[in-house]
Design a protein around this ligand. Structure first.
Ligand code: FE2
Ligand code: FE2
Length: 328
């Protein structure tokens, strides 16, 4: 009897002929560098990984609006205010494309939103740092949006179609964001001593957190390997960090400012940039909710959700009315 039970359970673990065929089709699409679309069969683990990644990315765009929205009323000129409003609005748009892409994987947006509001879902740790001065708008644009681009350009070729396509448009806008940040810092660095100092201070505070945006070192990032095999991710965390640090090491010279990293240098022998050790304990603590702004960001997001209830109700009532008039 015991033997029969064991055989039964072994049998159920063996994939059926149809499952094997589906897996083979999926593997062929990945091997071919082609794209998986929502109607295609995909392994559950692939769906789950992507749902988590795309929704966390969407949450980061939405929470990421907060540090900069804080400065809209304090921008130093009408022109700066208009640019900042456009930038923050772009981030809302990024959130919307990404929630739509995540929904095509089968989880409703309400559920994804619920995961964020109840603290079950994470978002990028960088947004849990405060934006203290106007120069932070420059450092965030240059370093945070810059790191986002380095991370996201390869995602334009992600194997999941809706994600890759959303990234194409997002990257175009991120590139504008990075330039506007750089331009803010450039204006400050050419200004008074106090303005130059303010720009340097902002870079000093955002340098290390922006390098940590690529995630833990490769040897501590066990899921990366699978994501690369599925061609969601194209480069490892450390490779992306390398590209980014090399880029900003050059750009900072144009600003006439410095990166707060005396160890930073290009090592000819290994062909790699050497940078200081990053504070991964701090990173883990911020991820777990211990950053200076975690509680504030979540409180603000929950309040915005509550205050926006009437908009969602009105939109739903309007959609209903439209649908009824179409039937009539
Ligand atoms: Fe964005
Ligand atoms: Fe951005």
């Amino acid at each position: 009897m015991a033997a029969t039970t064991q055989n039964d359970s072994q049998l159920s673990a063996v994939p059926s002929y149809e499952e094997q065929q589906s897996q083979a089709r999926f593997d062929a699409i990945i091997d071919d560098d082609s794209r998986i679309e929502p109607r295609d069969w995909m392994p559950e683990a692939y769906r789950k990984t992507l749902t988590r990644q795309v929704s966390q990315h969407a949450h980061s765009e939405i929470i990421g609006m907060q540090p900069e929205a804080n400065w809209i009323t304090r921008a130093p000129s009408l022109k700066r205010k208009a640019i900042l409003i456009a930038k923050v609005q772009d981030e809302a748009g990024h959130g919307l494309y990404l929630y739509s892409a995540a929904e095509t994987l089968g989880t409703a947006r309400d559920e994804l939103n619920e995961q964020l509001l109840t603290g079950r879902a994470k978002y990028s740790s960088i947004f849990n740092y405060p934006a203290r001065t106007w120069a932070d708008m420059g450092a965030i644009g240059w370093l945070v949006d810059g790191a986002a681009i380095a991370n996201q350009v390869p995602l334009c070729r992600a194997s999941y179609g809706p994600y890759g396509r959303a990234m194409v448009r997002i990257c175009k806008e991120e590139s504008f964001h990075q330039r506007q940040g750089f331009e803010i810092l450039l204006a400050l660095s050419r200004g008074t001593e106090a303005q130059k100092k303010m720009a340097q201070d902002a870079i000093n505070r955002f340098y290390e957190p922006s390098l940590m945006m690529f995630g833990p070192p490769d040897e501590q990032s066990p899921n990366s390997k699978q994501s690369m095999a599925w061609k969601i991710k194209r480069f490892s965390n450390d490779d992306l960090r390398q590209r980014f640090v090399g880029m900003i090491a050059e750009q900072v010279k144009v600003l006439g400012l410095t990166l707060p990293d005396p160890e930073l240098r290009f090592d000819q022998e290994s062909g790699k940039w050497i940078h200081k050790d990053l504070n991964w304990d701090e990173f883990m603590s911020v991820i777990k909710g211990g950053g200076p702004m975690n509680a504030h960001r979540m409180e603000r997001r929950r309040a915005a959700h509550r205050e926006g209830a009437w908009v969602r109700e009105a939109a739903a009532a309007y959609a209903n009315k439209q649908a009824q008039s179409e039937v009539a």
